[in-house]
Structures are given as C-alpha cells and as structure tokens.
Design a protein around this ligand. Structure first.
Ligand SMILES: [Cu+2]
Length: 159
C-alpha cells in the first residue's frame, strides 16, 4: 500500500515536469502546435478535371524550424507537395519532398509557387464546396484543415 502511493506521487511529479516543458514554447513543441494554418483554399476545377490544387499559409510561432512533408485529402486519391519552377521560359511543376517553415516565420503556398496537388479527384471541385486536408509535418505530428473551394479564375472562366 505504501509503495503504491509512492509511485503515484512519482508519476504525478513526472507529469507536472512534462506539462511544464511542452507549455513553455521551448524547443520540444510539436509542429502541429507551433504551426498555424491561415487562408486555406482549393481552386475550383472545370467539370472534367482530374487534378486540382490547394493553397494555404503556414505560420510557425515556434523557436525552431518545421517542415510540411505530406498531405492527404478526402477529395483526391493522391496528394503531393509541388512547386512551380521556370525552366527554359516555361512554367513547370515538380514534386518536392518537403516545404520548410522557418522558426518565427511563414511559408506561403500560392499560385505560381508551392502548392498542394490534388491528383485523381473523386469529383470536380465546385465553388462553395469544402475540401478536407490533413497535413503531416516532419516530426510526425498532423494537422487537419478545411479548405473552401474558390473560383480564382486563371483561365477557367466560363461564359
Ligand atoms: Cu502541381
């Protein structure tokens, strides 16, 4: 009886120490706690589209750098992290293994730059719909985001 009570006290002390560490904004905070997601949206697609793109801003309030390494969505079978690059006067896009978010800084995913590529859409994305995104960071922590679908034009206007 006495030893049981002692171990409970030790456990409580350990829990208090752990809570103190993670709440202090120190170097042990998870990316999902440090990184805030703002202005998430997915681009509306034509009715026959098989691919789409999502954009957002990642703000890192923490004291160390984080990185987005993967994403998933309920509207696409495959999701990749991409960037646009200019090559030989042409705009091309390519998959990237990670998108860094500097400590105390922000990284924008926006048209013409980094984006979340939605491949094999389960259905076309119409304005007013919502796409759910699950972001996975380098440390394994995850964050769920809802991205409203917006018609942002760019050659997709219809009469
Ligand atoms: Cu792309």
């Amino acid at each position: 009886m006495k030893t049981r009570r002692l171990s409970a006290t030790v456990l409580l002390a350990a829990w208090v120490m752990l809570a103190g560490c993670s709440g202090g904004g120190g170097s042990t905070a998870k990316a999902s706690e440090d990184v805030a997601v703002e202005n998430a949206y997915a681009r509306a697609t034509p009715p026959d589209a098989r691919v789409g793109a999502a954009f957002l801003t990642l703000k890192n309030a923490g004291g160390r750098g984080h990185a987005l390494v993967a994403a998933a969505s309920d509207v696409a079978a495959t999701v990749e992290l991409h960037e646009h690059v200019h090559k030989d006067g042409m705009m091309q896009m390519r998959q990237v293994p990670r998108i860094d978010i500097p400590a105390g800084g922000e990284t924008r995913l926006q048209p013409g730059g980094y984006h979340i590529m939605l491949i094999d859409l389960k259905h076309p994305l119409a304005p007013g719909e919502r796409a759910s995104l699950t972001l996975t960071f380098e440390d394994g922590s995850k964050k769920q985001v809802v991205a409203p679908v917006r018609d942002i034009g760019l050659g997709m206007r219809r009469r």
